[in-house]
Each structure stands twice: as C-alpha cells, then as structure tokens.
Design a protein around this ligand. Structure first.
Ligand code: SF4
Ligand code: SF4
Length: 380
C-alpha cells in the first residue's frame, strides 16, 4: 500500500529531517494523479511530464532521469496548486542533490554562479559588524549591495531608526549551492556563517533578499524578518508622494510569507501609487525565470518572464528582490521597491541607477568601506 506522508513533509523544500529521495519517488509515483493542474501552470512540467511520471522515470541504480530536475525553477507554484498536497520542488531538489552526490550532474553552466558565491563569502567582500545589545543584524545579501549600493545605504539608515544598535553582516547566504544540490558545500559554508553570527551575539537577522530570508528561515537557527516588515511595523521611513498605476511581482521565496508580502504592499501603497494585482500573485506568484538557476539549464524558464510581461500590460512592475528586478527588467519596465522609495522619478521612468557586473563587485567593496567607516568607534 502506498504511504501518504503528512502534508508538511511534502510541502517544505528544506527540512531538518527531510524524506529521502527514495521515499519521495515512492510518494510521487503513488500519490500524483497526473491531474494536470501543475502541468498547465508550468512550462517545465508541460515539456517533461507530470511530477509522478518524472518520478517513475528515475532509476536509482543508474541515476537515469535525475538531471531533468535542473530545469525546474524550484519556485513552488506547483505546491500551492496541487490538490493532493504534493510539493514537487522538494522532489526536484532531492533529485538534484542525488545527481551531484553521484557526480552525474553537469555543473559547468553554473561556474559563474559558484564564483559569485565564493566571492560573496570571501573576506575581501564580507563584513561582520556585530549588533549592540538587541542582537539584530541587517543582512542585505549580494545582489542588492552590488546593483544598488546607494539604496542599500538608504535602507540601512531607515532600519537603524527603527532598530537602534543594528549590526551589519555582508556575506553570501550560500543559496546557490543549496538550490543546485551541493548539500555538503552549503552545509559547511552556512554552518561557518551561523557560528560566527551566534558568537557575535546575533539573535535576529533582517534580510532584504528573499533568498537569504528563505535560507535563514529554513535553517531555523535565528529569528528572521524581512526589512519590509521592520519598516512597516516601526516606521522610520520617509515615503515620497506619488501617483499613477503599477503592478507587483512577489518573489517566489516569499510565496508562503503573507506578513512579508503585505508589508511590502503597504509600504508601496503608502506612496499613493495604485497597485494592480496580476493574476499570478501572492501565494500563486510566478517565478521571474531565474529561480533555481533554471535559466542556465534550458529554455523552459523563459516562459515565466514572458507570462509576467503579458500580465504587466505595460505597467511598471515593482518587486522587492534585486535578482527578480534585474531579470524581469530585460522584458518589461521594472523597479525595485527601494528604487520607488528613494529614487522615484527615475524608477517610474525606467531610469533607476542599477549597476551591472563587473561594477557590482566594486560597489560591494565600496559599500563595505562605507559601513566600516560609519561604525568606527561604535564597536567595542
Ligand atoms: S518550475 Fe516551479 S511550478 Fe514548475 S515544477 Fe518546478 S517548482 Fe513546480
Ligand atoms: S497537481 Fe499534484 S497530483 Fe496533479 S499532476 Fe501536479 S503533482 Fe500530480
């Protein structure tokens, strides 16, 4: 008889004691009814078949079938739709991990991403300025400081008003290793990061990047909030008065985080801008196309961005993820929430100051210097 694990074990992509790949394959082979609900929503599944069918194609003796998982965005839309309570992204992550463990994954398309992660965790770009009593640090991640250093400084100043004594940690959260299935590499790197945070007295992490939020929340070692929740709850933000109509793009790592989604919307709405919700929003949000680095594995991921462009109908898309903002901006007018708050005229006319690689690395270095200078004398 087929076992039906409790819903929670199927809907959490990262769990301290996750089911094994063999258990997931058995579950999907038995529980998925190929009902078509997720397949109709996802170009990857439409091209490759329903999750249950993909599970039956995996051969654990030879490893055949595992590599299909690299074309999944790990976005979780299928989980939010599945009437059987299945979480296909958990299956596809476990398949990636097994392909990597066996040495059967082709990781060459991701070399640049691993180099980006290496630099983000290296001493050249990282910085640990511990909090004063209060135990909270701002963790802006890699993308926002690189592309928008001025907006990162603006956000830190606003957060500091709400959270006096706020510390800063510049580092990668190592999400690329995690989502590409390099479980050992992620485990070692995140463990070193979390030990250093704990030794510095950190109890809470405030994130600006949805992927960092997901990593810290799933690892469960620190309390974690998005910067948007802090600002919406505590004020400390000068909000420009604006008019016009925009639409929004919820980053998929925050799909199951209503507090973060509502906080970002309330800040955006307080500017006076009218927000038009697209069909795929909130818990049913679409991937921007970069989730799980699927855009580097094959063409299917492009369909997410094309769908979002169609839904936007020419309106500026406002999002609160630097990665989503940059990926979507190639196909539609897009602004980061911080561009709207701190550089609204340029943001709404599509001219926000956004740096591209390799200038992003210089920006991160300069931002590190700015934080170091600003905090001289306050660190004991
Ligand atoms: S791309 Fe998203 S919707 Fe499609 S299978 Fe992967 S997680 Fe599910
Ligand atoms: S929605 Fe659920 S049951 Fe239906 S095909 Fe997708 S995974 Fe299978």
């Amino acid at each position: 008889m087929t076992r039906h694990p409790p819903r929670q074990t199927l809907t959490k992509i990262h769990h301290h004691t996750p089911p094994s790949l063999a258990e997931l394959l058995e579950t999907f082979s038995g529980v998925c009814r190929d009902c078509g609900v997720c397949v109709r929503a996802c170009a990857f599944l439409a091209a490759r078949g329903a999750p249950g069918a993909l599970a039956t194609e995996v051969n654990l003796e030879t490893g055949v079938g595992l590599n299909a998982a690299f074309s999944c965005s790990l976005c979780g839309l299928c989980s939010s739709l599945c009437p059987r309570g299945l979480a296909p992204e958990a299956l596809f992550l476990a398949m990636r991990q097994e392909a990597v463990r066996r040495g059967q994954a082709n990781l060459s398309p991701y070399r640049g991403l691993f180099a980006y992660e290496d630099l983000g965790g290296a001493s050249l770009l990282s910085l640990f300025l511990p909090p004063r009593p209060g135990g909270t640090v701002f963790f802006p991640g890699c993308g926002l400081p690189g592309t928008r250093p001025a907006r990162t400084r603006d956000l830190f100043r606003a957060l500091e008003k709400a959270l006096p004594g706020l510390g800063v940690v510049l580092s990668c959260c190592f999400s690329p290793s995690r989502s590409l299935g390099l479980a050992d590499r992620f485990g070692k790197r995140f463990s070193a990061l979390s030990s250093r945070l704990a030794d510095s007295g950190v109890r809470e992490v405030v994130t600006a990047c949805p992927n960092c939020f997901r990593v810290f929340k799933d690892q469960g070692e620190f309390a974690v909030r998005t910067a948007w929740e802090v600002l919406a709850e505590n004020g400390g933000l000068f909000v420009p008065r604006l008019s016009g109509e925009v639409t929004v793009h919820d980053p998929c790592p925050l799909r199951a985080e209503p507090a973060a989604r509502e906080a970002a919307r309330s800040i955006l709405a307080s500017t006076g801008l009218s927000v038009v919700e697209p069909p795929g929003s909130g818990e049913k949000t679409l991937c921007c196309g970069q989730g799980g680095a699927a855009h580097l594995a094959g063409p299917e991921a492009e369909s997410w961005r094309a769908q979002r462009a169609g839904q936007a109908g020419g309106r500026t898309v406002v999002t609160w993820c630097a990665g989503c903002a940059d990926h979507l901006s190639a196909r539609m007018p897009t602004a980061h929430l911080l561009d709207i708050l701190f550089d609204p005229e340029r943001a709404l006319s599509g001219r926000a100051r956004v740096a591209r690689s390799p200038f992003t690395y210089a920006n991160r270095l300069l931002l590190k210097r700015w934080f170091q200078k600003r905090q001289v004398g306050r660190i004991g």
